[in-house]
Structures are given as structure tokens and as C-alpha cells.
Design a protein around this ligand. Structure first.
Ligand SMILES: [Zn+2]
Length: 171
């Protein structure tokens, strides 16, 4: 990524940053803050197994991921994780339980986004039916210790799986 970028207000190629967070235009004085975005992920457990999807889209297409995504404007973390689970798995879950949060980086169309990924736990009694969709090409029920980290799309999800494995061992 190379500065300067085009300013969205005056159109000059004069938008610079020192820290990938605060962008200032030397032409018109416009300042843009590229703030950390909130994202959510679901750890849906059925007994000793959790649900992982195969991502249908870039980044990480074909790799494993937890159901989840970005929080929308005017949306709570709880509502976001329930919505994302429904969109990607078709499952109707409720009563999200906060687990932990992990910072993440997400490169998309040459722009680096910083996110904080917030993980929530859910339990299901039985495996609900799954239909491949625009976001999830497949669904897998795996024990945390059986997930190959090299097949996981994001560092934050790899870190989350390690933490879940530690929690499992200490339980
Ligand atoms: Zn400008």
C-alpha cells in the first residue's frame, strides 16, 4: 500500500498516513480515521465438537473459519453474532456467552483493516440441517484438538482455537 491516496473530499492525491490509522489530506485538511472495526465469531458446540465452515469467499476462500463477520452500524455484538450464525449456517441460536476477544488484521482489496474479534459460545443439542450458501461452502463438526491450524483462515481464529483447547484441558 503506497501513500498518498486520493482524498475523498477534494480529490487530490494528497492523503497521507504515518500509522495506517489517521489519514490527513495536505490539500484540503480533511482527516479520516481508519478505526478498528468490531467483528464477532461463534463457537457452536455440540458435545465435544464445534462447528467450522469452509469459507466460500476471499480472503481465505476454501479455508476453515468460525461462523462470524463484521458488526453492522447500530447493532450489538450479541445481535451480530446471532445474525451471522443464521446467515452462514442457517442455525437459530440464542443466549450467546462471551468467551474472549482477540485483535486481528484483515487485508481486503489492498486495504488493511484492523478488527477486534469477539468470540461467543453457543450450545446445540442436535446438529441442525445445513445448506451451502454464499458465505459457507461446507460445515464441519470437529473436535478443537483435531483442527489443522494450517487449514484455518485467520490468525485470530487459530489463536482462539488454541485458547479453547487450553480451556478444554484445564476444565
Ligand atoms: Zn483533500
Amino acid at each position: 500500500m503506497t501513500a498518498p491516496y486520493f482524498c475523498p473530499r477534494c480529490g487530490l492525491a494528497a492523503l497521507n498516513t504515518d500509522d495506517d490509522k489517521c489519514y490527513g489530506c495536505t490539500g484540503c485538511g480533511y482527516i479520516y480515521f481508519h478505526n478498528t472495526a468490531a467483528a464477532v465469531a461463534a463457537v457452536i458446540a455440540r458435545g465435544t465438537e464445534i462447528a467450522l465452515i469452509t469459507r466460500a469467499n476471499e480472503p481465505g476462500r476454501g479455508l476453515l473459519d468460525l461462523p462470524g463477520g463484521f458488526v453492522e452500524g447500530d447493532e450489538s455484538l450479541e445481535a451480530a453474532v446471532i445474525r451471522e450464525v443464521a446467515e452462514e449456517t442457517g442455525f437459530n441460536v440464542d443466549h450467546p456467552r462471551y468467551l474472549f476477544s482477540i485483535p486481528n488484521r484483515y487485508d481486503y482489496h489492498t486495504i488493511r483493516y484492523r478488527t477486534v474479534d469477539v468470540f461467543f459460545a453457543f450450545d446445540v443439542d442436535r446438529i441442525p440441517p445445513f445448506t451451502p450458501n454464499e458465505e459457507a461452502a461446507a460445515l464441519h463438526w470437529l473436535r478443537v484438538e483435531d483442527v489443522d491450524p494450517q487449514r484455518v483462515a485467520f490468525a485470530s481464529v487459530r489463536a482462539a482455537l488454541r485458547r479453547l483447547d487450553e480451556l478444554r484441558k484445564s476444565a
